[in-house]
Write a protein that binds this ligand. Structure first.
Ligand code: PEP
Ligand code: MN
Length: 335
């Protein structure tokens, strides 16, 4: 951390600040220029409250030198995490297609969707059992009863599974789920993130609709600093003034995350747009923007979907998207 003092800061005031910094078990170096004095804090400056220092009368401004996400950050151009989920590699130049219904509704439903998306090119099967719904009167998911159906369908068609946890008490139920999803509403549920940091399972961390990329990366850091470095990020749209779509897909976040972070980032065009007809164009745009994969809601009978029916696409539509994404990636990235 660098602290630039105001030109009228007296030597006594500067010394007082240096003493205060040393009290935090940190070292401080002083550089005196013609007009200004600069203090360089050496050590773990996270112990200091940046805003508190910035408000001091003698301080002009403060700059952090290190990023607050040391593990999620990228150290060199080739520093890219690759997460292996039962043989499916996510990140590092691969492209992963995750598909499945918003919620598991029955064993027949999830099994038939799994069969169809597998033959259309999906590598991972998603399905929510614990559904975080805005209204308590909406379908809450099959909850604990839904997970065995998802796991069985994934096994039958050779696809690792993804499902959302909404509370850390549920974690024992996720033993056989391959990737645990943290939904947008829980991106900053820090106790949940800490509990996931103690697992060795991959975590799909979705961006909150009112969270910055920096906050997403510091949430990833919560999981990683606990010892679990297998984090996959997901951009699923943020809330803006626009109402034509459910959220606004922030595709620039893909480019920013690829620049700042070593973690793979996948895009969810279903929750981002909220409308089945916009899923394909946004899926293609995400692939072109350099995303490491897509997560798409697919239902065999969208009209009957118990959750998020408007954004559900059919397996045939998914197959068409998968084909176009492959063609697009071949054309752009020569993959
Ligand atoms: C989901 O993926 O099922 C979901 C609820 O998404 P989000 O948390 O992004 O709203
Ligand atoms: Mn959904």
């Amino acid at each position: 951390m660098i602290i630039v003092l105001k030109h009228d800061a007296s030597p006594e005031q500067a010394e007082e600040l240096r003493c205060w910094i040393r009290c935090h078990d940190l070292e401080v170096q002083t550089t005196r220029g013609e007009n200004q004095t600069v203090l360089v804090v050496i050590g773990d400056a996270d112990r200091l409250d940046e805003a508190y220092i910035e408000d001091m009368d003698i301080v002009e401004y403060v700059r952090a030198i290190t990023q607050p996400y040391k593990l999620a950050g990228r150290n060199s151009p080739d520093d890219r995490s690759v997460i292996d989920v039962g043989g499916v590699k996510i990140g590092g130049g691969t492209f992963t297609m995750i598909a499945g219904p918003c919620s598991v509704e029955s064993t027949e439903q999830i099994t038939s969707i799994a069969r169809e998306i597998k033959s259309a090119g999906a590598q991972l099967l998603r399905g929510g059992a614990f559904k975080p719904r805005t209204s308590p009167y909406s379908f809450q998911g099959m909850r604990a009863d839904g997970l065995p159906h998802l796991i069985a369908a994934g096994r039958e068609y050779g696809m690792p599974t993804v499902s959302e946890v909404t509370d850390k008490e549920q974690l024992p139920l996720f033993d056989k789920v391959d990737i645990i999803q943290v939904g947008a509403r829980n991106m900053q549920n820090f106790e949940l993130l800490k509990a996931l940091g103690r697992l060795s399972k991959p975590i799909l961390l979705k961006r909150g609709w009112a969270n910055t990329v920096k906050e997403l990366l510091t949430s990833a850091e919560y999981i990683m600093s606990g010892g679990n470095e297998r984090v996959i990020l997901c951009e699923r749209g943020i809330r803006t003034f626009e109402t034509a779509t459910r959220n606004t897909l922030d595709l620039s976040a893909v480019a920013v995350i690829k620049d700042l972070s070593r973690l793979p980032v996948i895009v969810d065009p279903s929750h981002a747009t909220g409308h089945a007809k916009y899923v394909e164009p946004m899926a293609l745009a995400a692939a072109a923007a350099g995303a490491d994969g897509l997560m798409i809601e697919v239902h065999d009978d969208p009209a009957q979907s118990k959750c998020d029916a408007a954004q559900a696409i059919t397996p045939a539509q998914f197959a068409s998207i998968a084909e176009k994404v492959n063609a697009l990636r071949k054309a752009i990235f020569r993959i």
